[in-house]
Design a protein around this ligand. Structure first.
Ligand SMILES: [Zn+2]
Length: 373
């Protein structure tokens, strides 16, 4: 057992580079590796918090960008903070807003060393994010883990621009460390550098040196080749301190989850399970099933054989297909419940396998049975 300097993370087992651990937060413990459902606007879309917890979720994400503009982080603070506001008394990680600002690229007016100016997506007003503001928003929200504001360049930018983003991300991380935070709030730095080996290394070493409570691997899975994503992840994970949690930002497909766990990542999030559900598709071992397909019209089986979720133990594919085709809300809810359960079960299986020292065979077996598109 290794206790980190901050006391927030304890490693319970390691198998190759893969790790199982426990992360302690102001609102409870999280067993890792962990998949974190995304609740951007203070809700995991369509689901009651009790349902989210019953799926095995121990921590959810909120988003500083969206909650700052609607309904406002000060309003949420005045109403007792994000936990009280959304009726979730377990751990919450808030994203800094960096990814949202930089992925809505055509809304950006200007990026400079002090911050980024953009038109917000709600009313188009000129807005500005700085590390200090992102810290203050997340302090107002009162999340358990606050992320640093980083500059996320798109895949395939010039080396010079990538280098700029690495430099800024480190400077901003340093500023955020001396800015506001809520009582007991953990702070995570973020590494950038795209898939450029030298820049990813530089960014990781600079962020690691700042001694955050945990560290995230950012700026990946944004359109680059998959093999390159995993190589950069391996490089970054290996350079990050072993006694702090490592968080891969934005991966939620089965192959991606297993690959980043293999690289030594402890936490990850993605909108994929819930977004896929809202398009009428289920994540299963057979791949992504589009329930609108006529071949399910008389299918009396569950979404996934053996799944213990409430959609699978009670309803048929034929029924869920009917709901989806009629735009019945229950269909989207059942698919959201199943898809999250599917990803959480896969991750939980990885934790058990790591503890038993058989992660490599677990990963191989799962990737063989999962036909994924
Ligand atoms: Zn299910």
């Amino acid at each position: 057992m290794t206790l980190s300097a901050t006391g927030a993370f304890e490693l319970a087992a390691a198998d190759g580079s893969a790790r199982a651990g426990v992360l302690r937060t102001a609102h409870g413990e999280v067993e890792t590796p962990v998949f974190m459902p995304v609740g951007t606007k203070a809700t995991v879309k369509t689901l009651h918090p009790d349902e989210v917890h019953a799926l095995g979720a121990e921590i959810v994400l909120g988003n500083a960008y969206h909650l700052h503009f609607r309904p406002g982080d000060e309003l949420i603070r005045d109403l007792g903070g994000l936990h009280a506001f959304m009726g979730w008394d377990r751990p919450i990680l808030t994203d800094s807003g960096g990814f949202q600002v930089f992925s809505l690229r055509d809304t950006i007016a200007r990026v400079d060393d002090d911050g980024v100016t953009f038109r917000n997506v709600y009313d188009g007003a000129e807005s500005r994010f700085t590390p200090e503001l992102s810290a203050r928003i997340q302090a107002n929200l009162g999340s358990d883990i606050a992320m640093c504001l980083d500059e996320v360049p798109p895949a395939g930018v010039s080396r010079r621009r990538l280098e700029d983003s690495v430099r800024r991300t480190t400077e901003w991380a340093r500023r955020q460390l001396s800015a506001d935070r809520a009582d007991g709030q953990l702070r995570f730095g973020i590494t950038q550098g795209g898939i450029d080996t030298e820049l990813r290394r530089r960014s990781t070493e600079e962020i690691a040196e700042l001694d955050f409570d945990g560290n995230a691997i950012g700026g990946l899975a944004i359109g680059e080749e998959r093999a390159a994503t995993f190589e950069a992840t391996e490089l970054s994970a290996a350079l990050l301190p072993a006694d702090r949690p490592r968080y891969f930002m934005g991966i939620g497909d089965p192959e991606g989850i297993l690959e980043v766990i293999a690289a030594g990542v402890d936490m990850f999030d993605c909108v994929l399970p819930t977004r896929t559900a809202r398009t009428g598709s289920a994540l299963t071992s057979e791949g992504r099933l589009n329930l609108r397909n006529a071949r399910f019209a008389r299918d009396s089986g569950p979404l996934e054989e053996g799944c213990d979720c409430t959609a699978c133990t009670r309803f048929t594919r034929a029924y869920i297909r009917h709901l989806v085709n009629q735009n019945e809300l229950l269909g989207l809810r059942l698919l959201s419940l199943h898809n999250l359960r599917f990803v959480i079960t896969l991750t939980r299986g990885a934790r058990d396998a790591i503890a038993a020292g058989r992660f490599a065979s677990y990963k191989r077996d799962r990737l063989e049975t999962l036909t994924w598109a």
